[in-house]
Design a protein around this ligand. Structure first.
Ligand SMILES: O=P(O)(O)O[C@@H]1C[C@H](O)[C@@H](CO)O1
Length: 309
């Protein structure tokens, strides 16, 4: 049974967890340069590494890791070589979410382990709902910025004592999303002949979940300037930025966020105007199914980006 994480114990556990993994890996795999976090339904990204090289650890066996409790998040760490350039890579096949009851230190614990192992680039993937007409289901968003709704209320993974070994007390987030990596994402999409316009720069709104948005919340989020909304991604990105890892965020648009009222409603017909039920509510099964159906595109995209690094 691995030690359980409490916020106070976490600091020493970074070294314990990194040593645990290092001791069980070949020198080639124990110093990954790239880490990938697989979002809902995107666990298939693990197939981008060759089966022959792959070494996997279930989260339950790694000191300090909590468990993935959400369907579509397998709960294992996979090490291997990825792409033609055989990039040493670690994949989190399944992530942790705030709404699972974990604190932000627990959710972001793996990021500092990656830093200790030598990771220089983090590719975060996730599912998100579209807040904009022009963001269609199945589109891929390349994150250019984010808005952390919990962050405005002081819910931030860097709250509490700073860990100077990893980074400064105050971290600027104005240039969080690496320019070169964003360009590489678009180059890779072009190389793969993705439909023009199906990959777009996007601003991600982080909401705590697990509830999807009310119509009024959706309207509020649209007014903030965000393009997509999801329940993850930002905590990991903040901690990666704190410790100087380069970041690329890739979002799969799995659904459209609810509309205020039916578009077709006749303003003179109160029965139509008050009937909000004509849009199917979003559900997690649909989110996973979309992820699985786009898995091949996401895999090819990530692999091609890494070959351009
Ligand atoms: O882990 P991600 O952000 O990919 O998953 C999204 C957010 C919730 O976990 C879930 C809701 O359907 O999908």
């Amino acid at each position: 049974m691995p030690p359980q994480v409490s916020t106070d114990e976490t600091d020493e556990l970074f070294t314990v967890a990194a040593d645990y993994l290092r001791k069980r890996l070949t020198p080639e795999l124990s110093q990954p340069k790239v880490a990938i976090i697989c979002g809902s339904g995107l666990g298939g990204l693990v197939d981008t590494i060759e089966e022959t090289d792959k070494v996997e650890f279930s989260y339950e066996e790694i000191p300090g890791f909590v468990s993935s409790t959400v369907p579509g998040h397998a709960g294992k760490l996979a090490f291997g070589l990825l792409g033609k350039n055989k990039m040493p890579t670690v994949l989190m096949v399944g992530r942790f979410h705030f709404y699972e009851g974990y604190n932000l230190k627990q959710i972001t614990f793996p990021i500092r382990i990656f830093k200790l192992l030598g990771v220089e680039t983090l590719i975060v993937t996730g599912a998100a709902g579209s807040l904009r007409e022009e963001f269609e289901t199945g589109d891929i968003g390349v994150l250019s910025d984010h808005i952390s709704i919990p962050g405005f209320c002081g819910v931030n993974p860097l709250s509490g004592p700073n860990l100077p070994a990893f980074g400064p007390r105050f971290t600027a987030l104005s240039d969080t999303y690496d320019y070169e990596l964003r360009v590489k994402a678009f180059k890779a999409a072009q190389k793969l002949n993705f439909t023009p316009g199906s990959i777009k720069e996007s601003i991600y709104c982080f909401a705590g979940g697990p509830t999807y948005e009310t119509r009024a919340e959706a309207r509020f989020l649209k007014s903030t300037g965000g393009d997509v909304v999801g329940m993850s991604t930002v905590p990991e990105i903040i901690v990666a930025k704190h410790c100087g890892i380069k970041i690329l965020g890739l979002i799969l648009v799995t659904n459209k966020v609810v509309e205020k009222k039916p578009k077709s409603a006749d303003p003179m017909n109160y029965q139509q105007m008050m009937n909000y039920q004509d849009q199917e509510p979003v559900n997690h099964e649909e989110v996973i199914a979309l992820g699985v159906s786009k898995a091949k595109d996401m895999k090819n995209l990530v692999k091609t980006i890494i070959e351009l690094i």
